[in-house]
Unconditional design. Sequence first.
Lengths: 332, 289, 409
Amino acid sequence: MMKQPGQLPPYIQALRSRERWRGAEIAFWLSWVAVYFLFPDSLLFASQILITGLFALSLDLILGYAGIVTLGHTAFFGLGAYTAGLLTTHGVHEPLLGLAAAAAVAALAGWLTSFLVLRGSDLARLMITLGIAMLLLEIANRATGFTGGVDGLQGVEVGALLGLFAFDLYGRVAYCYVLVVSFCLFVLVRALMASPYGLTLRAIRENQRRAVAIGVPIRTRLTNIYTFAALIAGVAGALLTQTTQFVGIDVLGFGRSADVLIILIIGGMASLYGGFLGAVAFLLAKDQLASLDARYWLFWLGLLLIVMTLYLRGGIMEGLRKLAALTRWSRT
Amino acid sequence: MISFLGILFDGLAYGVLLFLISVGLSVTLGLMGFINLAHGVFAMAGGYLLVTLTGQFGLGLLASLPVIFVLVALGSLVLERVLYRPLYRATPLEQVLLTVGIIFVAVALATWLFGPGQQPLALPPYLDGQLSIGGLDLSRYRLFLIGVGIVITLALVFGLERTRFGARIRASVDRQQTAEAMGIHVGRVFQLTFAIGSGLAGLGGALGVNVIGLDPQFPLKFLVYFLLVVVVGGPGSVSGTLLAALLLGVADIASKYYLPQIGAFVIYAAMILLLITFPHGLLGRRRSS
Amino acid sequence: MHLPFVAIRLALCNITRQDETMKTKLFRLLAVCACALASVAAQAADTIKVGMIVEMTGTFADFGRHMVNGATAYMKQYGDTVAGKKVELIVRDVTGAAPDLAKRLAQELVVKDKVDFLAGFGLTPNALAVAPIATEAKKPMIVMNAATSIITAKSPYIARVSFTLAQVTEPMAHWAYKSGIRKVYTVVADYGPGHDAENTFKTAFTKLGGTVVGELRVPLNNPEFGPFVQRVKDAKPEAVFVFVPAGELAVGFMKSYNERGLAKAGIKLISTGDVTDDGVIEAFGDSVLGVISTHHYSMAHDSPENKTFLAAYKSVDAKDRPNFMAVGGWDGMAAIYEVARQLKGNIDGDKAMQVLKGMKLLSPRGPIQIDPETRDVVQTVYVREVKKVGGVLLNVEFDKFDAVKDPGK
């Protein structure tokens, strides 16, 4: 292999191409900006979709990239949500501080519990993480003086963003806030996953023994990614609290964990966008079906999921990839 | 002492119920590695069948039980053929998505057919109330439950250890490829095992109506409990499931009696501790494929 | 109304065209959604729109269905026109305790559907999350079920027509003492409302001179009541006061209570009407006979208004038994109609609240009034016993406490 002068070696080219932003990606983020102008009445819905997408992204980091199956990820989401809420009830109203605090608390929790997910079989990890989430839920339920219990945390008053932008009824400020925060975190995650660091995670997921053999520090990597994922989940939870100005106990509920797992599977894993696309598809479908049939929309949703698994393997991202491959093939 | 025996009795009855419902899931998981989260749907179907048979058709409770077993087993075979078989080679998460979809459909169907509330069930008089044995007041229904549990456990153990078919199942769980090489039709073994496991779940669901209630949310509410029992016991192991079910049943009931303040936490804490100590379950067989 | 449905169906079919890139597909989907939403918003403005945010699916599916049935029955009985305008009910499923969803639905109802009233709310967290929307948009919010005391304080635009837990619990303490019971064991569900019921009962009962010999809090996810009921039996109180949400917990408790023979051991069962809820009482079978409860509505209430209500409800849903939540829906609509009548169809938030404050209604449950200061419901609380009347299990009223205000304020 003769290297041309000035040309980069192939492995650097490969890495660089992973880092480059595709046209479709830019279009994706621009369309979220377009939503602000096209759907001014549905911005609260749009921000909740984004928040769910961010939460799904955090799950993707550990499930899609590191291969850790967990059913208790909502514990971090809930911790972030309650932290942000409790901060305001104790006098700190600036949302960015709330975000930082939520991130810190969730990351700490992630780091402390990371040792539990490093060992054991898949199923054991699944149940252990689920058990922890259920314990947290029960604690939040009991501590009504602190968390408000099932009735929810009272008196959450989020101040104006940076002292300038107050959260309004139409959700305009909320939407921009959520979009900017999500995008920043996404850029961070994307850079990380496109780097050699991200490749080592893939290696761990695909063949742990071989990864050890080439010198990848498995325990540290997994601990770090688990902590980072917890941090992002915590931020997502804080965003929800700040945009709805309320913390319900459902932020720790099993339903949310299950929903985000479904969303990620629908969207497609280890693709960074799977979480967002899955969130759009799932939440839109749920909303539309519920307005068509308020009583039995669950039936149609279930049917949709069954049909999806039978005919659309790999989720939406896989479907899009196949489409892209087809168009490329038909063009040549 | 008296109250302790009473609590033990209640815990064992509850454990037997959990065992009956979960054993099918354990064997399915251990045998084919197929994650059937919709297992609770079969239990729910059994429960609703019991309510319909005893209510609308006037069949007695004892007479309904074998009918339920057969009907649910047959129904599960249909489901297996149509929905599950295409996904045997799929990733576990796709199986999760499929079975969650099935749960949603079943929950909505049950709500549509029976309404969202609890189902009334009239017990025959010989199963109602308590029996006084040696100073202890024991619930007649729970005695019946434990009796059924013993019979079925013996049947399962006998079936697995002493019959040809049982040997085939054990072989398929331990070494699937070798079993196939020896001429064992693993697919058919699995179909039959799946049917039996689902039939047992239906039976458990029917028997459980009087103890843990029945409403359309059943498959979702109790999913955690079944998974708990199966994973702690070790997938693929009948005795493991039994041990785990009894242990967890007694722990749950006893803690609620003696320490009601922390009663709700005990079952999750116990599960976490047991899984950290025994990551593959108490008596789990490692699946080789 | 069908246009958005058709538009969405078309859009979903077109999505699978293979000669499109992702970008154009996304924009097509967005464009279609925009058209669909626009057509919905362009509907006639000569209607009074009532947006109901209720639980139609999930564990609390009963709540929403009963409220909607009650409201629909009212509209069927008294017509869907008032003050020359048509009344339109828009029902949104909040799926359970989901305050973020409730808030979003409320915002969409106010901003997109331009409703005149927000109504419904089976669960407290949902009502609490929506309160700020009612305040900011100045829309009257009619609470048809949620029963925690603090709700009405969260917004000056909230009026409640249902009940509060404290309101129906305190009279039970009084009645128990009056009938000679001095030692009570309390069993409540371990969540906010349960703790409230426990505190209210204990405070009132001990103030009168009785003793609470034991307290138990039962986890919400509790399939097996055996150990708890056994503890009560071993403590040998004169009565056990129970508060658990209607549904499986109530059924589970009753089964255990009966199975362990607590009634034979002389331990009376006293509770709030949630346990003997008309909607689910049939599920108990005869095991529930003799249970004493306090509540604001019973199907067996003997009044012409109740007869009208029962007949109207039957025409909406013949299989279902109406309960206090259905009455909440019925009376909520009655209040809305009254507001519309007095304001001659022009619903202004502040004026509506003026009408609601102090409003008196003759409800199927008895006379009710919306307190002018707290905007909460003031009503008669009945003491009832479960009896079999004509083969049907009913809560038969035999005593009452008139004009009970919410003691939780």
